[in-house]
Ligand binder design. Sequence first.
Ligand SMILES: [Zn+2]
Length: 480
Amino acid sequence: MKNPNRLVLANEKVASLGYSVLAVLLVFTSCTFGEQSADLAIQNVTLIDAENGVRVAQTVVVTGGNITAVLPAGEPVNATETVDATGQYLIPGLWDFHVHLTYDQRFTEAMPGLFLNHGITSIRDTGGPLELVLPAVQAIRDERTAPRVFFAGPLMDGEYVVYDGNNMPLLGIGNPDEETARANMARLADAGVDFVKIYEMVTPEVFAVLVEEAESRGLPMDGHVPLSMQARDVGPHVQSLEHLRNIEMDCIADPGSSVAERRGLLANPDGLAGGALRSQLHGLYRIPSIVSYDEAQCSEVVASMMSTIQVPTLRLNAMALQPPFSRSDWTEVLEKLPTAAAEDWSAQGGGSMSERNTDTTFPDWSLFLVGLMHEAGVPIGAGTDTPIGLAAPGYSLHSELEMLVRAGLSPMEALRSATIRPAEFFNLQDEMGTIEPGRLADLVLLGGNLLDDITLSRSVQAVVTKGQFLDRSELDALVR
Ligand SMILES: [Zn+2]
């Protein structure tokens, strides 16, 4: 202890400060009790959330970034800002549960504004190198007017890395053995990742180590089904899976022989790069597996996924059924994007449909499997993979909701997939995902009822992000 006298003085100071704060509080509460002003009241609105259903004629009160009251519309409220939302619908802030902030750096800076512009108030970054993702995440977290962001860091790949930065963009890191896997997990945990994403080239042994290391740190696990494993052995150990990837390979009559063959190829006798090796296996096994679908085997696979959120990215998997460039508002969409990227996408979208892959075996399978899983009670999450595959940040989440409905979800269940499901992955379901007192104030005001028509999720009139109300013109000012 350097100077005990000084410490005593400091304590006295703290104590007297405490008394004066208390005195001020007493005066304050005695004057204003019962009429303390809230920040925001959204009045006479219809509430829609997937837990509480539909509540008509309500007023939602927001103070200090939280929902503090939900009242019948007539009740008097003293708020700094009031919004008359007669005829409108209020839903919880949306998530895009599969985002790559740094995959195409022309988008990185524009993404937060584009997300809010479309009602997305939370995002999960599902893969990128730490040296790019950390600064991107920090920049978003430093901004008040930005979505909440959760990130994984690099894809945890195997000996051969698909996204290796040579033949493919750099997204992954190698985990050739268990020791490296443990060291990598320690490094990711130190960097503060919110979850871990396991990729397709890991061995079952490395997979087991990654699961063990993540569990011991309380980190949720996401991933693709590794090509060396059967989906039913992966599902129960991870909390979410992306793109339905490689699940078809376990939905066949003899999945054991298929996985044994794949392990032989994964030894990489031809010395291929990671990306080429993966493509070879997809080419050999994807469509043939779908064609020889086995119902009994697949119901076992589905049963193994009952507590694993499936993020099917149907917008991507089934893009041939509804290409983004064929949408009537595609030109408007491009106008909001960073110029260089928009020009590039415009050129890519210019090709006629006849020049494109019109085989719908995989798109149809993806819709079928989501329907099957949903019917069985498997949790579904809404993610887009933006900006991969012409997924416009923000806009594409609404396309995903449409595709989920096309696959068999009701509009309310689609809403659940973009609100409550993502919250559950991070164990945040008591903080977000519904409209109730005590929840974080992330909300979207819609002009139309998405329960009548899911495309009305696009009718965003205003957004509340971290308690801050942004009207349509303020939302438009966030994009180009
Ligand atoms: Zn992705």
